[in-house]
Design a protein around this ligand. Sequence first.
Ligand code: G3P
Ligand code: MG
Length: 242
Amino acid sequence: MEIFAHRGASGNFPENTIAAFKEAARLPVFGVEFDVHMAADGELVVIHDESIDRTSDGTGYVKDMSIADLKKHDFGSWFSPGFQGETIPTLSEVLDVFDSTNHKLNIELKSDIFPYEGMVEKVLDLIETRRMESRVIISSFDHAAIQFVKQLNPHIETAALFMEVLVHPLDYLHKIPANALHILFPAAIRPSMAEVIKSGMPIRTFTVNDETYAKTLKQTGIQAIFTDYPEKMNSLLSSNKN
Ligand code: G3P
Ligand code: MG
């Protein structure tokens, strides 16, 4: 089963920071996942929440702040004093970390709350300029955004994100269309997933930090998990016995 480092190696490093991504880049795991928002001046930044309140020493919405304002804040100390000085990374800075590795890059577009006009075009421009099309999976809870990705560049792999238990998911996934299904753990082990697995469409499940759950998912035919502890999960799951 493939392993993605969720928000970088976010169990032991502050999520979505260069420190968390450098650790993920060092590990022999399949991929890394991270979340993208857009600042007031259009800069693409990597952070999970709409606001900087939880993961920095500041307050405010990303959409209302320029990259210069965002960069003034500390995104490491909330996690541990040893990470003081970590700043919010731009998408470009995160791609730099993985420039010379083989990791698959799952870019999650966080346009499901604020629409971030123009974000899809900017993300695709960056990926195409850097010739990283074959290395990325673009996912979102905003299914209109991934539909737009396909319209602009049909060669880029996309995934629809879900939290809910689904009924006849293939009909909907083909309608968007999306190449893969990314789904919350409990919904990933419901009977409706069988038709997706049988079709060969990848199912990737978040967020799985528990060994027993990971092994259940592997036996079910889930292709990949997102975990905050990629190193631990990689060693637990790499044995053929698991
Ligand atoms: O992309 C998988 C997972 O990250 C989706 O949920 O809230 O952790 O971004 P969230
Ligand atoms: Mg995410």
